[in-house]
Design a protein around this ligand. Structure first.
Ligand code: 6PG
Length: 239
């Protein structure tokens, strides 16, 4: 059963997400000596990344022992405005003191198959066969996609490999992508979904309903042992 947190304003949503992220980071660092975080792309998390780069959050994070990965990436060069890496770099990573070796970027400049293979190697190099994330941030598309798990038949790769190459059309965004698979998402210690906008109300409702199709609503495939926390703004709360 997922936990739903509904906020009146976007500002309060991002503050709550930042507060919880910092608490989880502290706990992970106390218990295991580091904090392994997978970021989401799209537009929704950008204000959260800005906030984390700003006082007091910036000083509350032990960046030297924080490792940054991405749940998905578009296959575009790292300098492209469509790159999930670039968004996080501009909003957060360029504004904090974090060792370059702690930033584990998917190579979007490669073709999807090449980028997926390279990213799988990077994951295995960090922790074999792949990292257990302390926290994964996820978004939700109007069509119900999350990370780059899109509606449609579920590829056998989702249960066999850590990263997969994806081709998908969504709102004119780059079609070539790579995504972590539910194998990794469902092994994560914590997951936050950040969702805003009335145009996503149906996808939120279908993703959280007691029953429904995992093919049609990919966020339903995200079922870690600790239920995800959904950070939502109205009018989604009216559902
Ligand atoms: C991406 C994402 C994707 C995103 C949703 C929501 O690369 O596009 O990681 O899964 O989270 O599409 O995007 P918005 O936040 O822009 O609505």
């Amino acid at each position: 059963m997922a936990a739903l947190l509904v906020f009146e304003t976007a500002e309060s949503l991002y503050q709550a997400a930042a507060d919880r992220l910092v608490s989880l980071a502290r706990l992970s660092q106390q218990q295991r000596g580091n904090f392994v975080l997978a970021l989401s792309g799209g537009t929704t998390p950008q204000p959260l990344y800005h906030l984390l780069a700003t006082s007091p959050y910036r000083e509350q994070m032990a960046w030297a022992t924080t490792h940054i990965f991405w749940g998905d990436e578009r296959c575009v060069p790292a300098g492209s405005p469509e790159s999930n890496y670039k968004m996080a770099w501009d909003a957060l990573l360029s504004r904090i003191e974090i060792p370059a070796g702690n930033i584990h970027r998917a190579k979007g400049e490669l073709d999807p198959a090449g980028a997926a293979a390279d990213y799988a190697q990077q994951l295995a190099h960090f922790q074999s066969p792949w990292p257990t994330f302390d926290l994964v941030l996820l978004g939700l598309g109007k069509d119900g996609h999350t990370a780059s798990l899109f509606p449609g038949p579920i590829s056998s790769q989702e249960s066999q490999q850590p990263v997969m190459a994806v081709t998908a059309q969504y709102e004119g965004r780059p079609a070539g992508r790579i995504s972590l698979t539910p194998l990794l998402f469902n092994a994560a210690r914590h997951i936050f979904f950040l969702v805003r906008g009335s145009d996503k109300a149906q996808a939120v409702q279908a993703s959280l309903a007691p029953a429904g199709s995992e093919e049609q609503w990919p966020a339903r495939r995200i079922q870690p042992a600790t239920p995800p926390i959904w950070f939502l703004t109205p009018p989604i709360s009216d559902l």
